[in-house]
Design a protein around this ligand. Structure first.
Ligand SMILES: [Zn+2]
Length: 142
C-alpha cells in the first residue's frame, strides 16, 4: 500500500467502484490511477521509471497496487459503474432505508426489497451494484 501524491505523477484513468477500504474502514468510491515516477534533470524528465496502477481510496488516499490482470478487470467493469456522486447518493439512500427499518418507521422487509424503490430515481443497474456492495459490507461487520 502507498499513500497517494508523494511526488509522483498520477493520472486518474477510471472509476474503480465503491468498496470498504482496508486502510480506513470507510466505504468509499475508489479511483483507478496510473502512477509513474521519473527522474528530472533541470526540470527535464530524463528517465521514466516503472508505471504502476493503483486503486485509490477517495477518503484516506491509500493506494492499493493492481497487477495487470486486475487492472484490466477494473477498467472493463468501470464502463458500467455509476459515477462517484451517484454511488454515494445511492449508498446514503440505502443506508437511510435500513435505518428507518431498524427504527421501525418503515414496513418490515429486507433492505434489498425496500431499495427497489430507488430504481425510480436512479439507474436500476446502479442501484443493484451499490446494493451488492452494501450487503457485502454489512456482512463483514459481523
Ligand atoms: Zn481509505
Amino acid at each position: 500500500m502507498i499513500f497517494f501524491g508523494w511526488g509522483k505523477k498520477a493520472k486518474r484513468l477510471a472509476n474503480g467502484g465503491i468498496d470498504k477500504c482496508p486502510n480506513c474502514g470507510n466505504v468509499s468510491p475508489f479511483g483507478l490511477y496510473k502512477i509513474s515516477s521519473s527522474v528530472s534533470l533541470y526540470f527535464v524528465p530524463v528517465a521514466k521509471f516503472a508505471t504502476k496502477h493503483y486503486l485509490v481510496c477517495s477518503t484516506c488516499e491509500a493506494g492499493f497496487e493492481l497487477d495487470e490482470e486486475k487492472r484490466i478487470a477494473v477498467l472493463r467493469a468501470s464502463a458500467d459503474l455509476p459515477t462517484s456522486d451517484d454511488m454515494i447518493a445511492i449508498w446514503n439512500a440505502i443506508d437511510a432505508i435500513a435505518l428507518d427499518m431498524l427504527e421501525g418507521s418503515a414496513p418490515a422487509q429486507t433492505v434489498v426489497d425496500a431499495a427497489q424503490s430507488l430504481k425510480t430515481k436512479y439507474e436500476a443497474a446502479d442501484v443493484d451494484y451499490v446494493l451488492g456492495v452494501y450487503c457485502d459490507a454489512d456482512l463483514d461487520d459481523e
